[in-house]
Design a protein around this ligand. Structure first.
Ligand SMILES: [Zn+2]
Length: 117
């Protein structure tokens, strides 16, 4: 259940932002999560509800946006968005070589946007 610790670090950043802007109550939180991180949206929601219950942020909206995986071939530089993570170990669709790919999108958890009052 790594969603709890992910959500905790997102909330840490959110609380810092709130403090900086003198806001007290979070109304909306948008989190982008990379396809590679395999975050369970339901678990993220549960973690968010558990963490905001009984706080001024209770009832805030959590938006989860999955960022698709994007890879770049280390050999020919071809950039593409595969259907799944299996593409990491498949030959490059452009040059046909089995080479390491660079992950250029779809990795990591980011606090994208927040609204507060
Ligand atoms: Zn290639």
């Amino acid at each position: 259940m790594h969603e709890l610790s992910l959500m905790a670090s997102v909330m840490d950043i959110a609380n810092e932002e709130l403090a900086r802007h003198g806001a007290r109550r979070l109304t909306l939180l948008r989190v982008r999560h990379g396809a590679l991180d395999q975050v369970q949206p339901d678990a993220m929601r549960m973690a968010f509800e558990a963490m905001t219950a009984g706080t001024p942020h209770e009832g805030a909206i959590l938006e989860l946006v999955e960022e698709p995986l994007r890879l770049s071939c280390c050999l020919c530089g071809h950039e593409f968005a595969p259907d799944g993570r299996d593409a990491l170990y498949a030959p490059c669709p452009a040059c046909g070589e089995t080479v390491p790919f660079r992950v250029i999108g779809g990795e990591g958890i980011f606090l994208d946007h927040l609204e507060a009052e």
